[in-house]
Design a binder for this molecule. Structure first.
Ligand SMILES: [Zn+2]
Length: 1019
């Protein structure tokens, strides 16, 4: 069994390497090579001639005085610090926030044995700081590393002093869950200390901006500065393992340039359980019946992830999770006939079979669009039945109020900069991924356009706020319009200009295209950029990408130009749709024409190669946006352009379209989650406008696999240990425990934003309750849970390893990552999927039980939903107005204790199966009241390949153990096998529970250390 797995893994790695050549192609000096994953990295200073941060966080360092680089025979150019007073390096004060743990690694060459010299010293003062002293301090001999929050009598980790005049690779790892610090010299462990603070915030605070972060200089006044050489200094927010730091050590020995990545084996740093040990309800399992499945020629069958099992002792257990093999192509179903697939049930010897009948010849069909969402302005959130603000209102207001106070000029700053225009007085640039040198600048502006459009549409309850957002929209659009109007046109009559987007020349004085966005290096010759061009940088990144440029920090490299553009175009279209602003549409179509001109001239092979390039080829939902423009304008070339973004390998397997997601083959294993989910959202939009069923099937098949085979209990889908990247899908489906739970974090929040968008779009075509079950799970347990307690700061990853803690960023909306960008969208449209209607206005769907008012203006009907759900397990709908229509109410899959309906106080006899929609048809009268009661129950949601590791839910609400401190192992709980609620005490009305003396609260109300997954034993 074991060797078989190793063999499988070997094949898999080989597949990854051959398939995604570009995925794993190294950029020179690239951290991706070390197999740690970029989200684990805070900053990296190579020091090979500059003080730039080579991570994507732009934490560029500064020098105390003129800085010296010298040539070194081992590493080439390196940083030289003289030991003189002001010769040291400082990094931005806010670098040390958002950390689970902390690791520092780097090369140092020491030229003096003075005590009190430091490799680095980070902290508030000499009481609260973290340092490493190669020759010790006046109080301690030897190589000393210490992290302290001001406690006395601490030594930290001590080992013999380092050697002089020799390159040494130093690593200091502060592992908070393991409660220890380790120091390594040339990747060998030399020192260890258990005297470390319980949380890094005790040392660095929570905002971090009061810290001094020095390299080569001590916080202790009068200490000597470092006399030595430095190379490749890195800061990680994760505890580097021995394997990982050894990897960095050996890679830098060999020199890193343009090699394939070393795909490291999974670090088995999660507790392991014997393969033969039965877990959870499987201990009571007697048999799992075989299933019969039909499919059509060429399509892999959709096998049921859950099958009703037979349990001993007349026990009523949950449906059984069955793991099926997942082939890489459709070769098993190319002939009509019958074949058998053998599955397995983890922790048992049971091998249920699926008998598959392959039928010939049926032409693929797909459902048509039946439903429509309501405009945001038609649905408003209300206080709950106790007149308390709900979490939805709290989060909405945090975002709306902060958005209202933003200065649009910050979001226009880099656009004006790109066009060489002066900034209005007082305008401040954004930081993080929109700062001067960042090649993603402008991405936050796109999210901002969408957010203010949604905020405008959602604030009908407050006319002052609404006017504020109206003004912001107009100002943003007018400015972008004026800039876009300049592109490709002469500055004055008779001057030269290049109107053709395909004829953009090099920048003035340049001999190539480059992505230099510095004050000195940026080109601003907008008259040469082709008609319609708009972005927060010149066109070079788009052109370089076509010519094969890769992702990276150098001038010859790009970030993700189409990803950024998608946000901008989507934002403009959103403003057009909520306000009818024609200029917004003109800016969008002008740039869409520019894109069409360039991409339509490229060979298909080039497009396939470009879209498969790691990060650089990430294009967000460009296909969605171009299809959307086609829907608005009916101009064919937008539809054609949308299709130029087809991810052919993932959608169709290959250029011949022989398999892929369209044929239900999992082609996204191991890929970047948030790079690919928006492409699937685009696929469903493409289906809507083109009617080509394969686009629908791509989206439908993807959704089923993502939710069943890659999902964590909060609804997130990313977070692999293998491949070692917290942002990607696991290397193989249904292996979350084996390959997921990345140490760098899991559940990138923007990926869930996109999953929700995909889910509600699919539901408009096919009213399967499982879609809205997922939507509810992701909305309550990830999106609501991703916002800080008192500000709109929000999460990037939401880590779910034992004793994790959420980290929130961007409280003032001054510096955005991808997830900060989607957060301002998510929390300004929280009401958008509570209700849907049929396109012909003959039916209403109630999907979610959130206190709210629906103005169904098309029918002259208002629906008021009054409830304190989820602090109450019923809801009341009151109809105002009259008319005959079908009311479809969702019967959640978790509602296994019944679903009870009354109309005007009278019990209704209904057949309401969990996981369905119940239709109530009637000629509704003004004042009709419908109550829906769905008693909650406790239930477990196990990890598919490790059943004893499970999350506890109460109804739809994920309950998290409130942990007193960080921990390495899963929290163990023992629950009653026949009825787990017997082991749980507490108060359903406040959703506060206890198991064995430990508090459990909704995850969306959890801000401290938490355990979302438990190691559950049934007794
Ligand atoms: Zn993100």
């Amino acid at each position: 069994m074991k060797s078989y797995r190793v063999f499988l893994r070997f094949i898999l790695i080989a597949t990854l390497l051959s398939k995604g050549g570009s995925t794993v192609q190294a950029q020179s000096g690239d951290q991706i090579l070390d197999g740690i994953g970029e989200t684990g990295m805070i900053a990296r200073y190579v020091f090979d001639g500059n003080l730039k941060d080579w991570s994507r966080n732009n934490l560029h360092a500064t020098a105390g005085r003129d800085v010296t680089f010298i040539n070194d025979k081992r590493f080439g150019k390196v940083l030289s610090l003289s030991g003189e007073k002001n010769d040291f390096i400082q990094i931005p004060a806010d670098a040390l926030t958002d950390m689970e743990s902390l690791s520092i690694s780097g090369w140092v060459y020491l030229r003096s044995e003075k005590k009190d010299q430091v490799f680095f010293d980070f902290g508030k003062d000499v009481q609260k700081h973290f340092f490493a002293a190669p020759f010790g301090t006046n109080l301690q001999d030897g190589f000393q590393s210490l992290i302290t929050a001001g406690k006395n009598n601490q030594k930290g980790a001590v080992s013999p002093a380092l050697l002089l005049n020799k390159w040494i690779y130093l690593t200091i790892v502060v592992d908070i869950p393991a409660k220890k610090m380790m120091t390594y010299v040339d990747a060998a462990l030399v020192g260890e200390s258990q005297q470390i603070p319980r949380e890094l915030t005790e040392v660095f605070g929570s905002s971090g901006d009061k810290n001094k972060l020095y390299i080569g200089k001590s916080l202790l006044a009068g200490s000597p500065t470092l006399d030595g050489l430095l190379y490749d200094f890195r800061i990680y927010r994760v505890p580097l393992s021995k394997n990982q730091l050894t990897g960095i050590y050996t890679n830098s020995q060999r020199g890193v340039s343009n090699r394939s990545v070393n795909v490291t084996k999974v670090e088995d740093n999660l507790p392991e359980f014997p393969l033969t040990q039965t877990q959870l309800y499987n201990a009571y399992l007697v048999a799992v019946p075989d299933v019969q499945v039909e499919t059509t020629l060429g399509d892999l069958p959709r096998l049921p992830s859950y099958i009703k099992g037979i349990y001993k002792e007349e026990m009523v257990g949950p449906k059984v999770r069955v793991l099926w093999p997942s082939p890489n192509d459709n070769s098993t179903v190319l002939e009509a006939g019958r074949y058998t697939i053998t599955g397995r049930v983890p922790g048992t010897n049971l091998q249920p079979k699926a008998i598959v009948t392959v039928k010939g010849g049926n032409k693929a069909t797909a459902p048509s669009l039946k439903l429509a969402a309501f405009d945001l302005s038609q649905v408003s959130l209300q206080a709950d039945a106790q007149h308390q603000e709900t979490k939805f209102i709290e989060n909405r207001d945090k975002f709306i109020n902060t958005l209202a106070s933003t200065d649009p000029n910050s979001f226009l700053y880099m656009f004006r900069d790109a066009f060489g225009k002066p900034q209005p007085e007082g305008a401040k640039p954004l930081g993080v991924w929109d700062s001067q040198d960042t090649k993603l600048r402008g991405h936050a502006t796109g999210h901002y356009l969408t957010a203010i459009a949604q905020a405008y549409a959602s604030t009908g309850y407050d006319k002052t706020l609404q006017a504020n957002f109206a003004e912001k929209m107009t100002y943003m659009v007018n400015t972008l319009y004026e800039l876009a109007q300049l592109s490709g046109k002469p500055q004055q009559a008779g001057a030269v200009a290049v109107a053709d987007p395909t004829a953009v020349p090099y920048g003035p004085g340049k001999s190539t295209y480059d992505s230099d966005l510095s004050h000195e290096g940026i080109r601003t010759d907008y008259w040469n950029w082709g008609l319609g061009y708009i972005s927060a940088y010149p066109p070079d990144q788009f052109i370089m990408l076509e010519k094969g440029a890769k992702y990276g920090g150098q001038k010859t490299q790009v970030w993700a130009p189409y990803y950024t553009l998608h946000k901008i175009l989507a934002g403009l279209i959103d403003i057009y749709e909520v306000s009818g602003n024609e200029k917004a549409l003109q800016v969008a179509t002008g740039m869409a024409d520019w894109v069409h001109a360039r991409l339509s001239q490229l060979p298909k092979e080039t497009l396939i190669q470009v879209w498969n390039t790691y990060i650089a080829g990430e294009f967000g939902g460009m296909n969605e946006t171009m299809a959307h423009l086609y829907r608005i304008t009916n101009k064919d070339h937008y539809l054609k352009t949308a299709q130029l973004f087809d991810n052919i390998d993932m959608f169709f397997g290959n250029a011949q379209h022989t398999h892929g997601l369209a044929k239900n083959v999992d082609t996204f294993r191991g890929l970047h989650a948030n790079q690919h989910i928006p492409q699937i959202v685009g696929s469903i939009e493409l289906y809507q406008v083109s009617n080509l069923p394969e686009y629908y099937r791509v989206a439908d098949n993807f959704w089923y696999k993502a939710v069943n085979d890659y999902m964590y209990s909060i609804g997130g889908v990313a977070g692999a240990r293998n491949p070692a990247n917290a942002e990607v899908f696991t290397a193989e489906p249904a292996t979350l425990y084996e390959n997921g739970f990345s140490e760098g974090g899991q559940n990138e929040t923007c990926a869930t934003y996109n999953m929700l968008k995909l889910t509600s779009n699919l539901f408009l075509f096919d009213q399967r309750a499982e879609y809205m079950d997922y939507y509810e799970r992701g909305l309550y347990n990830h999106i609501l849970a991703s916002v800080a307690e008192n500000t709109p700061a929000n999460t990037y990853h939401v880590p779910l390893r034992p004793g994790s803690i959420k980290q929130f960023g961007n409280p003032n909306m001054t510096g955005f990552t991808c997830c900060n960008g989607t957060a301002i969208e998510s929390s300004t449209k929280l009401q958008n999927s509570i209700y849907f209607k049929s396109k012909d206005d003959q039916a209403l769907y109630v999907n979610l039980f959130i206190p709210s008012t629906l103005e169904w203006t098309e029918r002259g009907v208002t629906v008021e939903q009054k409830t304190s759900f989820p602090k109450q397990d019923d809801t009341e709908l009151t109809i105002k107005g009259n008319g005959k229509f079908d009311l479809h109410v969702r019967v959640p899959s978790w509602a296994t204790k019944g679903f009870y309906v009354t109309i005007n106080g009278k019990d209704q006899k209904v057949q309401a199966a969990p996981g369905s929609y119940l239709k109530l048809s009637r000629n509704w009268k003004n004042g009709d009241r419908i109550t829906l009661k769905m008693p909650f129950q406790f239930h477990l949601d196990p990890v598919m390949d490790q059943q004893n590791i499970a999350s506890l839910f109460y109804g739809p609400i994920l309950l998290a153990a409130q942990e007193p401190e960080a921990r390495k192992d899963w929290r163990k709980v023992t629950l009653d096998a026949k009825d787990i609620s017997k082991s749980i005490s507490g108060d359903p009305q406040s959703l506060a529970f206890k198991i064995d003396g430990i508090d459990f609260k909704p995850f969306y109300d959890t801000y401290g250390r938490h355990s979302v997954y438990l190691d559950v034993t049934l007794k």
